[in-house]
Ligand binder design. Structure first.
Ligand SMILES: Cc1cc2nc3c(=O)[nH]c(=O)nc-3n(C[C@H](O)[C@H](O)[C@H](O)COP(=O)(O)OP(=O)(O)OC[C@H]3O[C@@H](n4cnc5c(N)ncnc54)[C@H](O)[C@@H]3O)c2cc1C
Length: 427
């Protein structure tokens, strides 16, 4: 087994439920900080996690954290999209503006790639660290008292100092932590998503430019719909996604097989390039319609005795237009592991409360950016944008992207704890 830098053992035992990006990142970070981790995942095999999904993005605030996991960022660069810009078009096809991200280099790396491939790199790293990852483990209940927390998994009770519930948007743990079932609302939008080989379009005169000259990244912005296109690995792989109005007739965020004919109806009258991208999609490509739910911010991420904590999508589902869902889930694990390290085994509930205090406002500010971008795009005023094309750029704010969650936590922990102990925050 490879040797990785690790803080001295803290004696803190951690159970993590769910090995999505949030859970696996929390597991690695807890290991880095010297805690002992058991990661429980209901999927029977890792392929069940890696085979779903398409493009996923980690902006500098998320991707910089991978640099601390030896070998991970280097492996990601090999499969990630090699663009430092986004070309934006009017929905009828007119080029409007190129937004460059090159100046953000000093903020940290950006990683955009296939969800499964990027996940697999992290998973292999977790394995190389020797983490205790148990597949085929469906957690059905949670419990806690003053001294410990635990879960019921496959009918058996397992306990530790803390349980981290990272079960994603359909989390059962959320109900147990909150004491009530918070109802998701329809966001009124859904996303069609598709990924296939660049070979399928490399001889198509209208759209071959999207894969023939290396990687590309472009977006077509129209009334209540935006259509994003990427090519990766020097055009060998190709991906499109579009967010559209949805009837909202759905109780929970989920994914349904999509139909090319339905997609074509949405982009009727759009630029020929856009229509051709959809039309040229191979019949066997995996096309899904991903319904997006909205949740009001939860009143809390933590259980009454502060030994169970929700992280990732279980705590705060994101809209894709925020481009932050995955990055915020990585930040969660980093902050929680650091708080546990600073608090020590005797003060686990204090660590959990400090984690919530540090994360709550930031994560909800980040969440709000998703709605802002969607509105800016879907209700674009083209007369204004032609005068000031930057008005349609993605907001790239330093407070969000030029941010080191670990450093911030180390710097602020003492002050946050003082506030908690002084009774100024909810205890
Ligand atoms: C199938 C799928 C495809 C996605 N595709 C994309 C994409 O293409 N692009 C994008 O930007 N985002 C995508 N996302 C969302 C993105 O992965 C998340 O927003 C982000 O990474 C935060 O993830 P998370 O770990 O909090 O939740 P998730 O990624 O949902 O992970 C939760 C994990 O918990 C496990 N789990 C759930 N309940 C239990 C239980 N009771 N016991 C044990 N384990 C349990 C699940 O099997 C899962 O592995 C996708 C999510 C899913 C689930």
């Amino acid at each position: 087994m490879a040797h990785f830098p690790r803080r001295p053992p803290s004696g803190i035992k951690v159970i993590i439920v769910g090995a999505g990006f949030a859970g696996i990142a929390a597991a690695i970070e807890c290991d880095r900080k010297g805690h002992t981790v058991t990661l429980l995942e209901k999927a029977e095999s890792i392929e069940e996690i890696t085979r779903f999904g398409d493009i996923i993005s980690f902006d500098p605030n998320g991707a910089r954290l991978f640099e601390r996991w030896p070998g991970v960022i280097e492996a990601m660069y090999k499969v990630a999209r090699k663009t430092s810009w986004l070309d934006l078009y009017h929905w009828k096809g007119e080029f409007v503006t190129r937004q460059s991200f090159a100046h953000e280099k000093s903020w940290g790396p950006r990683v955009n790639g296939h969800r499964g491939e990027l996940y697999d790199i992290i998973y292999q790293h977790a394995r190389d660290r020797g983490l205790d990852i148990r597949l085929g483990q469906r957690v059905t209940d949670y419990f806690e008292d003053d001294d410990k927390a635990g879960v019921v998994v496959n009918g058996e009770k397992v306990a530790a100092d803390i349980v981290i519930a990272a079960e994603g948007v359909r989390s059962r743990g959320r109900k147990i932590v909150l004491g009530f079932d918070d109802k998701p609302k329809s966001s009124g939008y859904a996303v069609y998503r598709c990924w296939f080989s660049g070979d399928a379009i490399k001889d198509n005169a209208l759209i071959r430019h999207l894969v023939a000259n290396g990687d590309t990244h472009s977006g077509y912005i129209g009334p209540d719909l935006h259509f994003l296109v990427s090519s990766l690995k020097d055009g060998k792989e190709f991906n499109w996604v579009f967010t559209h109005v949805d009837d909202g007739n759905i109780e929970e965020s989920w994914q349904f097989p999509g139909k090319i004919e339905d997609c074509l109806r949405y982009v009727e009258g759009w630029a020929p390039v856009v229509q051709e991208i959809v039309r040229a999609t191979p019949k066997d490509a995996r096309l899904i319609d991903h319904k997006l739910v909205f949740r009001n911010p939860l009143p809390t991420f933590i259980s009454p005795k502060a030994r169970i904590v929700l992280i990732g999508d279980a705590a705060h589902p994101f809209l894709p237009t925020s481009i932050q869902g995955a990055s915020q889930s990585i930040e969660d694990g980093v902050v929680l592991a650091s708080c546990l390290e600073l608090a020590g085994k005797k003060n686990v509930p204090l660590a959990v409360r400090a984690h919530e205090k540090i994360r709550y406002e930031r994560v909800h500010k980040a969440q709000a950016t998703g709605v802002k971008t969607r509105e800016r795009w879907h209700k674009a005023n083209w007369d204004e944008i032609r005068k000031t094309p930057e008005a349609i750029h993605l907001a790239r704010e330093a407070w969000l992207l030029n941010f080191d969650a670990e450093k911030d936590c180390y710097e602020r922990y003492g002050e946050v704890v003082k506030g908690l102990e002084g009774g100024r925050a909810r205890l």
